[in-house]
Design a protein around this ligand. Structure first.
Ligand code: 2P0
Length: 334
């Protein structure tokens, strides 16, 4: 099954019609996985080998505006800076847009405003493709359900299928070969005290994309065999922790899940390491603080940065220790 087949199936008679509006704008939050997506059963459709669970970061994400232009090519700008069409960033974006428009259809001005560091392991592709689907849905007036939008966003980037909702989102892996049952769904629980501290250690683009890193891990890591089992347990524990507001279980499970994911990467060949010396130093610091009684945990994605997890009551204690973190409260509606 190809991406375009999925698009055709979802859009049906609206496939490759002209935009209804000249311009549209939308926002999508980025999301941080508490139980990670790591490994695919289908690399074309980004179908995962396991389910995953994330929390969306409220106002942290991407605001994107599409405007139909009368030029022969798309014009892309990111945070008011024009991006070359030959950039890999532009190419991925255009390739995705081309799933939705005929070759002869008008091109777009694409303005992206992101308030997260691109490609620093802060899930910029997640909100990037989710917001594109949202803005396309508006521009073409498709009126797709969030589930349909989630399936389309997954075609751009797996984790994007979790960025269509606020709060906790579970991505059910599904079993269908066309991926129609592989999409995000919101968990109803709210947790206003939950806090995430973005601890940026290096905001430079990563050397190895998660796409390739996952593939290399699945193909070569002996430890990967244990991963689906770990995910099953962690998902169950996280869901219970969320419904019972059991922060210690949530923190422990999320941290252990991230460390297990990175352990599968270290045991891949060639080995994959996203951590920097500062990453390890910060982990040690978190562990020391926990021994001293502070309830702070971390999670880490495909980059050197950490995301600290703690409750609002410990905000002061955590920011005293980590002065540079940016704190996001996922359930804060402000
Ligand atoms: C996650 N990551 O669950 C995991 C944890 C990174 C580490 O999803 O190939 O950019 O586009 O499906 O979604 C990042 O991978 O990969 C990711 P593709 P994606 O958040």
């Amino acid at each position: 099954v190809k991406k375009i087949d999925v698009v055709r199936k979802i859009l049906a008679d609206r496939f490759q019609q002209s935009p209804v509006y000249q311009t549209a704008e939308a926002f999508a939050p980025t999301n941080i996985a508490l139980c990670k997506y790591w490994g695919k059963r289908d690399t074309e459709l980004n179908l995962p080998l396991t389910s995953s669970l994330s929390v969306s970061l409220a106002h942290k994400g991407a605001l994107t505006r599409l405007t139909v232009n009368d030029l022969a090519c798309d014009v892309i700008s990111l945070n008011n800076q024009k991006i070359k069409l030959s950039d890999i960033f532009s190419q991925k974006l255009i390739e995705f847009l081309n799933l939705f428009r005929a070759e002869t259809a008008p091109k777009f001005n694409i303005n992206i405003d992101s308030n997260i560091p691109i490609a620093a392991g802060l899930a910029s592709s997640a909100c990037g493709f989710a917001v594109l689907v949202r803005v396309l849905d508006k521009l073409y007036d498709w009126q797709l359900s969030l589930t349909q939008q989630s399936i389309l966003a997954r075609l751009g980037s797996g984790s994007a299928c979790r960025s269509l909702w606020d709060g906790f989102v579970e991505w059910e892996m599904g079993v269908a070969s066309d991926g129609m049952d592989s999409h995000g769904q919101a968990l109803p629980a709210k947790w206003p005290e939950l806090s995430v501290g973005l601890h940026v250690i290096a905001a430079t683009p990563k050397k190895l994309s998660s796409r390739l890193a996952m593939q290399q891990t699945v193909l070569t890591s002996q430890l990967y065999q244990a991963w689906p089992q770990q995910v099953k347990m962690d998902l169950a524990n996280l869901k219970t922790a969320i419904s019972e507001k059991d922060f210690l279980t949530l923190g422990k499970t999320a941290e252990n899940n991230a460390l297990a994911m990175h352990a599968t990467m270290l045991s891949a060949w060639p080995p994959i390491q996203y951590s920097l010396p500062e990453t390890h130093a910060s982990m040690d610091k978190v562990w020391q603080l926990r021994r001293e009684g502070l309830n702070v945990f971390f999670t880490q994605d495909a980059g050197p940065n950490l995301k600290l997890l703690f409750l609002a009551q410990d905000l002061k204690a955590v920011t005293e220790q980590f002065s540079n973190i940016e704190v996001v409260m996922p359930f804060d509606s402000k």
